[in-house]
Design a protein around this ligand. Structure first.
Ligand SMILES: Nc1ncnc2c1ncn2[C@@H]1O[C@H](COP(=O)(O)OP(=O)(O)O)[C@@H](O)[C@H]1O
Ligand SMILES: [Mg+2]
Length: 367
């Protein structure tokens, strides 16, 4: 459709409705051009809902020739079941004409010449002309947008299901390895080998638990530390049943809960596992009674603070040094580095490990 012909067409359509060609706005060549070549369908209606001007995009969108639209009620473009309501709405709009989107929050539909429907979005603009008050509606077909959105939602749902499955399987596999190590431990005559295998099982359980919480909570990007700790401690405690009621455990958690991203959840969980396991294993030798307190907080500099304290026999001098040959505390140092954190140890009527690390690692540090 060439530009010239369309302009004539608009003019012709207008005169067919006997709208004053002297109308200052409609007479503007530029106005007619803007409307005609707008990417959205533009429909101008008068107070009675009669279409006095439509553009090329309206013809394409609704599959009507222009002559079949001009002079007709705009309700032919509305699905039959909404026509009545549309009429009422239209009268209301003319009583209080303000530029605004139509039917905000509701699904609007247009109706093509063959009766088929499609989703639309409509902007309404009141216009005062010499021929009276008019409304210029700009209409967008949002079929493609809705399809794209649906595709995105489907893809996201699929990804969630897959991630869920992956975490589930990883957790199951770790559980299988744990069971195998347990079996192996039953065959080990040497108590030291048994202890080593039991501690390895503890580490695997700490890892499996992170995966379990991720799929249980359906949040695959972060871990709720409070949730995690409650479950981890239960698991460690059940491995040290022999300690019975001699050792009490207290967990101090902040509100709101602290969340940790996935990358750091693993070293963090393994680190806590080492410290709490040590407290159970070493701090209360000789049937001592005591308490283990695990405390998490977040300070004003977005640092996560962890305290694991016991009132047991105290850490022997030098146990934490790099020369000490034990694996547990060396692993602790490694996890502290991975978390870009700082660890302090106090020996004051027991042992207290305090760790402080940034909640978010700057991209420079991460590199
Ligand atoms: N909470 C604690 N209280 C007293 N002693 C501890 C505590 N934690 C660790 N230790 C001491 O530090 C040593 C090193 O710990 P670790 O490296 O975890 O090795 P492991 O637990 O295999 O002995 C332990 O053998 C123990 O003597
Ligand atoms: Mg240890």
């Amino acid at each position: 459709m060439d530009c010239h012909r369309t302009d004539d067409h608009v003019q012709q359509s207008l005169s067919s409705r006997e709208i004053s060609s002297k109308n200052s706005l409609l007479g503007e060549d530029s106005f007619r051009r803007v409307v005609e070549w707008a990417p959205s369908a533009m429909v101008m209606i008068d107070r009675d809902g009669i279409m006095v001007l439509v553009n090329a995009q309206t013809e394409r969108m609704f599959d009507y020739g222009r002559d079949a639209l001009i002079g007709q009620s705009v309700e032919i473009l509305v699905p039959a079941r909404f026509r009545q309501h549309h009429q009422t709405f239209r009268a209301g709009f003319f009583d209080d004409p303000q530029p605004r989107p139509m039917g905000a929050g509701r699904d609007l539909a247009g109706c093509r010449a063959d009766g088929s429907e499609f989703p639309i979005e409509i902007g309404l603009n009141p216009i005062t002309t010499e021929a009276g008050a008019m409304v210029l509606a700009s209409i967008i077909d949002i079929t493609e947008r809705q399809r794209a959105q649906q595709r995105l939602e489907d893809a996201l749902r699929e990804k969630t299901v897959l991630l869920n499955e992956v975490h589930h399987r990883v957790k199951n596999n770790l559980q299988v390895i744990t069971s195998l190590l347990n079996l192996q431990a039953d065959y080990a005559a040497d108590p030291q080998v048994r202890t080593i295998l039991a501690e390895s099982c503890g580490r695997l359980k700490a890892m499996a638990l992170t995966h379990q919480l991720l799929y249980e909570r359906k949040d695959f990007s972060r871990l709720d530390l409070g949730d995690y700790l409650k479950r981890l401690i239960q698991s460690i405690r059940s491995s040290y049943r022999a300690a019975g009621d001699r050792i009490s455990l207290r967990l101090v958690l902040p509100s709101p809960a602290v969340q940790l991203d996935l990358e750091r959840a693993m070293p963090f969980s393994l680190l806590i596992n080492e410290l709490v396991t040590n407290a159970f294993k070493h701090a209360f030798k000789g049937e001592r009674n005591g308490e283990i307190v695990i405390e998490i907080s977040e300070d004003e500099n977005a640092q996560i603070c962890l305290g694991v304290a016991d009132d047991g026999i105290g850490l022997p001098p030098g146990a934490e040094s790099a020369q000490a040959s034990s694996l547990g505390l060396q692993l602790v140092q490694l996890f502290v580095e991975q978390l870009h954190g700082q660890l302090t140890i106090e020996r004051n009527g027991g042992t207290r490990f305090s760790l402080r690390f940034p909640k978010r690692i700057s991209s420079k540090e991460a590199a």
